[in-house]
Write a protein that binds this ligand. Sequence first.
Ligand code: F6R
Length: 604
Amino acid sequence: MCGIVGYIGSKNTKKILINGLKELEYRGYDSAGIAVLSNGNFSSFKSVGKLVNLEKRTKDFETRGFAVGIGHTRWATHGKPTELNAHPHTGVNAYVVHNGIIENYAELKKELLKEGALFLSQTDTEVIVHQFEKNLKDLKNAFKAFEKTISELKGAYAILLVTKEEENTIFFAKNGSPMLIGINKENDKYFASSDTPLIGECREVNYFEDGDYGYVTQNELVIYDKNNTQKEPHFIQLATNKLSAQKEGFRFFMEKEIYEQSSVIADTLLGRLNENEVFFDELEENFFEGINEIKLCACGTSYHSALTASYLFERYAKIKTSVEIASEFRYRSPLMSKDTLFVVISQSGETADTLETLKMAKQSGLKTLVICNVDNSSMVRIADRAILTRAGIEKGVASTKAFATQVTVFWMLALHVAQSKKTLTEDELTQHIHYLRAIPTSVHVEDAMHERIKRLSKRYLHGHGFFFIGRDVFFPLALEGALKLKEISYLHAEGYPSGEMKHGPIALADPELFTIALLPQHMLYEKSKSNVEELSARDSTICAISPLEFDKADDFIQTKEHPHYMLEFFEMMVVVQLLSLEISIRLGNDVDMPRNLAKSVTVE
Ligand code: F6R
């Protein structure tokens, strides 16, 4: 995920900015840059790849005395990770860095282009600086121009902007993306998008709230709130431990990433929906023309998201869909027909088996698409088209938010195809889009829910095995729940279709067999319930996850009532993630780095 730093003061500005960016490296990035305004002159440097490249670029650059500077690490969303797309972005007399997504950038850009603005990058961010310069021409006042610019942006942002017009000032705005400011004894001011760059530099910080904007100079900090009313900063003590600051108060990165799902899914949706349409800038209008079948191919958790997708594609887009495990597909001389769209799904974009199947499909002349979290990864470079999931870097080896964003993309994609094939009515599409917008709320972790799962987890530390069971899309979710648990707890767990238990596994049922039953209200509830009753009658220990009370269970985790089964899916996804997490923490395991596993599996 992108990172922001800013500095205004008389210390070594370059060093402060680059050191600050280093503290944000753990969030992942693919390019970086800084811009420094000193004695009326801008110096700007950008580089692709690691920060050592930026250090090399800036080797001969030094500032003396007072300067203002901004810096950025970019995790590509709009446009490839190139130097031109790296931040800071400039117009004529100003530079900007930005985290988040400007939802209405395309409209703004169209107007700006008409008026002669010269765009150098493919990013959404660049519109901010051109819009600012356009407003500056009209208003002749930098702060007024900045204020107007912010009011014209839709979407999520943390923004820092510097301009020659006010050379001792940094303008800032925050809405939906985090940003804070710290001030040290010498009255120097530091900005960052998370705590770590400020630890050791300042003792007290002010966290901006959504809608806050304003400016700082050497002697002033002026903040306005979302109602354009000036407000006082609220400084609080900064944490001192960097690793725990990176975890933002969570015990493990995996826990932090579970909590982050709401905001990253909001990013996944941004700019891809309007009232009754789902669109992907990445795909041309006729991308699905001539496609009669979809083949999805992946490994592990990504395979589970693909399985989920197969239900959605067939149900809504009425297109024949099959799912393949990449390591199997590679060696079974598969038949491939040219009217098939071959889709690979990979968080990393580097998984060897999946990558190989993508190459096979290309060699067979199939149209290919990758759903991926890492721009410029091998799969993104090879596939005909790529849709980025925008989950940000995932540090926990056990995937959580990457899976959540993959499923979100697939639901949108199924609707996108349904829209072009007219297999859903306009009303149905509008309804789905309304539900899609509710995903971020459905995955929000409630304290009471987390506490309940924490308490329950102590009853599930032994036994001779877990069965996660569900029907329809809740079957892949059951597979995913079981995979999460076994990866980090080292307990044996299987995912199974609820209706299939009676064909064999029910023989295992006894009090030491733990059944985690997914019982959504809006998908085959009665059928799933009787499957669980069969297990309950054979004395299996049942933990039911459902919005509806279920008296045949030993334990019951009550989820909220949602109007659509996919929203139930997303809430239950969080429940099984948290359950695995809490069981594993109780067992004393290193949840973020489970034994024998690697984050990216680049070998066969
Ligand atoms: C499980 C997990 C793995 C990956 C699998 C594929 O938590 O993360 O099962 O899903 O190794 O990785 P990607 O998605 O990078 O291709």
